[in-house]
Ligand binder design. Structure first.
Ligand SMILES: Cc1cc2nc3c(=O)[nH]c(=O)nc-3n(C[C@H](O)[C@H](O)[C@H](O)COP(=O)(O)OP(=O)(O)OC[C@H]3O[C@@H](n4cnc5c(N)ncnc54)[C@H](O)[C@@H]3O)c2cc1C
Length: 597
């Protein structure tokens, strides 16, 4: 049976020592997040994840969800009780506005709590995760009347939320969307159409489900400019907040799928279901993007979470499993063989995952803090800079952390040899669960295109330049530091590769967009490596500052420095390969006719 320990200490180190959380104290909600409170929240989230959610992960995978003849869906044994505990603990609304019953705490904390819950049980964590995204979209774009009816119940977790974009013939290209919305005299709409792959579309965890649905109002333009967003409740709320009649929306079937079996993935049939417009007509994609950006960060966190739990189990196994002797002579002479952790190739595997995870957690924390600034600062300039950062880093976090999440889960599975392929150890479940994060919320190829096609050139390249300036400014300030040299020197080379790649796109992709398309995934990973490398510099600097206080000897901070060096020496050099691939252009990729494939 796999185990999980939430990395509370690492989260606190990032907040307190790397990013100086206390400096954000002037933002609304941060004053309530004193160091003691933060420690208590993360401690409780860890306990809930380790003790309640982890034991249900295998149960959820084996049992899956069940659809009954009447269209209702039952979640795996234990999910309902765990969800009640989640709601009773107020976890769904920890960062939601206080006026709707939330605790208004920084979203940075929600991100950390979500990492713990996803490591413990990703399929379960998706239910509140989707609700948080739907809440954000309604709060940002809904009318006061809609907010008053729906938000308090969603923030408490009594009702859950969904996002309904995908249809059988359209996923990435939402311009092809066919679901219709017919205006009614009372201002509502009748929604008709079929949505597929809808996560948490139907289940037994909450008394009501609030669907956010993309549809085309009759007569609206074709393509993405004619799409609107609607709120469609499963059960109509009455004026007093109690529940009334069923709406004409039902789960037609459940998808059978590779992983996340504990989460219901539904075909949803809308048969003239009543819905209400969120935001302006034909601006639905704009409103939905609020939810999707939140969700993309959340999916990036899922990648990190799976990588973390897979790592923890692989590291434990590598210390127990006895096979062969160390190349440099037996290390555990009292045993019939050495534990496999002595073998350099195993250590390379484990360090590759560890170096990724700890920097990825830092990148999520840094970006989530910027998200809090973007939403809470009273200073226009600060807000804009933070928003730029979020826009630029969101596709990187989604794409790079989920590609890494899957690759690392596979590497961790490899540590178990054949036992990793056997269900008992749970490693094959991590691999199966991690896979979806590369696909949904915009497949990773689309994240790469978003980064290259939209985010780089946006506002004259303002966000990209700010990122380059931040990293190059950091390197410059530490150029005289011997202690930081092993970290900032490789980062400087990697940043140079990223700048060359950006310049190459500017010169070679404007007139030939295939050059951008063919190099986009490499660019996203090149960007990700630089961002993770920058995080390792910040972590190493914070660890160096802590060491003297620990009398120069602390296994924890020394491990940070070694891992930082491993990242710089063994992982960051991949930026050169990505640059070479980008600069090769699209010619060999595009030359063959379609029939040649
Ligand atoms: C388990 C699960 C849960 C899901 N949950 C939800 C949910 O809650 N709500 C919801 O609305 N949807 C959900 N989805 C749908 C998911 O978001 C889509 O599957 C995803 O966005 C991709 O769409 P598609 O499957 O139609 O693939 P397609 O759009 O057909 O894409 C196929 C491939 O082509 C690539 N591609 C497509 N267009 C381009 C292009 N222009 N340039 C380059 N490459 C391109 C894609 O990257 C992809 O690799 C879920 C899916 C699954 C499997």
């Amino acid at each position: 049976m796999p185990t999980y320990r939430a990395p509370v200490d690492d989260a606190l180190f990032l907040l307190n020592d790397v990013f100086h959380f206390d400096r954000y104290g002037n933002l609304p909600g941060f004053a309530d997040a004193s160091p003691d409170t933060v420690e208590a929240i993360l401690g409780e989230a860890a306990k809930f994840s380790e003790e309640v959610l982890t034991p249900l992960n295998r149960v959820g995978d084996k049992e899956g969800c069940t659809r009954h003849a009447d269209g209702s869906v039952t979640t795996p044994k234990g999910f309902k009780q765990a969800y009640k505990q989640l709601v009773d603990g107020g976890w769904v609304g920890i960062s939601a506005p206080a006026e709707y019953g939330g605790q208004g705490l920084p979203t940075t904390l929600t991100g950390m709590v979500m990492e713990f819950m996803c490591s413990a049980n990703m399929a379960f964590a998706m239910y509140p995760g989707l609700t948080q995204g739907a809440t954000a979209a309604l709060a940002a774009h809904g009318s006061d009347a809609l907010k008053k009816i729906y938000l308090p119940k969603m923030v408490s977790g009594e009702w859950t939320g969904t996002m309904n974009l995908t249809e059988p013939h359209c996923g990435t290209d939402l311009g092809l969307l066919r679901t219709k919305a017919a205006p009614q005299p009372d201002g509502s709409y009748k929604i008709t159409g079929t949505k597929i792959f809808i996560s948490a579309g139907e289940h037994d965890l909450a008394e009501n489900i609030v669907h956010l649905v993309l549809a085309r109002i009759e007569g609206a333009p074709e393509g993405t400019k004619g799409i609107s967003l609607f709120v469609v409740p499963k059960i109509f709320p009455k004026d007093d907040g109690s529940l009334g009649e069923r709406n004409a929306v039902a789960c037609g079937s459940l998808e059978e799928k590779m992983g996340i079996h504990g989460n219901s993935t539904c075909v949803m049939n809308y048969d003239g279901a009543t819905g209400w417009l969120i935001g302006e007509a034909n601006r639905g994609l704009h409103a939905m993007f609020t939810m999707m950006n939140e969700a993309r960060m959340g999916v990036g966190i899922q990648g990190l979470a799976l990588s973390e739990v897979a790592y923890q189990n692989a590291a434990a196994y590598a210390k127990e499993r006895l096979q062969g002797r160390s190349l440099s002579g037996g290390k555990y002479k009292d045993k019939p063989a050495d534990p496999i952790i002595v073998h350099p190739d195993l250590r390379r595997t484990l360090l590759t995952i560890k170096a990724f995870n700890e920097a990825a957690r830092a990148l999520v924390t840094w970006t989530a803090l910027q998200g809090d600034v973007a939403h809470r600062s009273g200073d226009d300039k600060q807000r804009q800079a933070a928003d730029d950062h979020m826009g630029l880093l969101t596709p990187v976090i989604k794409g790079v952390l989920t590609d890494g999440g899957f690759a690392n889960s596979v590497m961790a599975q490899q540590v178990f040899g054949g036992h990793g392929y056997i269900a008992e150890h749970g490693m094959e479940q991590f691999v199966r669960d991690a896979r979806i994060a590369q696909i949904y919320e915009g497949a990773n190829g689309i994240q790469a295109l978003d980064l290259v096609g939209r985010k780089l050139g946006k506002d004259g390249g303002r966000a990209m330049m700010a990122f380059f300036n931040e990293v190059s400014g950091y390197i410059k300030e530490r150029s005289g530091s011997e202690a930081m040299k092993p970290y900032v020197t490789p980062l400087s080379a990697a940043l140079g590769h990223l700048q060359q790649a950006s310049m190459w796109f500017m010169q070679n992709a404007m007139g030939k967009p295939d050059n951008a398309g063919a190099g986009a995934t490499d660019y996203m990973h090149l960007f990700g490596l630089v961002a993770l490398g920058y995080m390792w510099c910040r972590i190493a600097e914070a660890a160096q500052a802590k060491l003297p206080k620990a009398n120069g000897s602390s296994p924890r901070y020394s491990a940070k420095l070694v891992t930082a060096r491993f990242f710089m020496e063994r992982m960051l050099p991949e930026t050169a390969t990505h640059l070479a691939r980008i600069q090769a252009g699209a010619a060999s990729t595009m030359e063959s006719p379609d029939e040649a494939f």
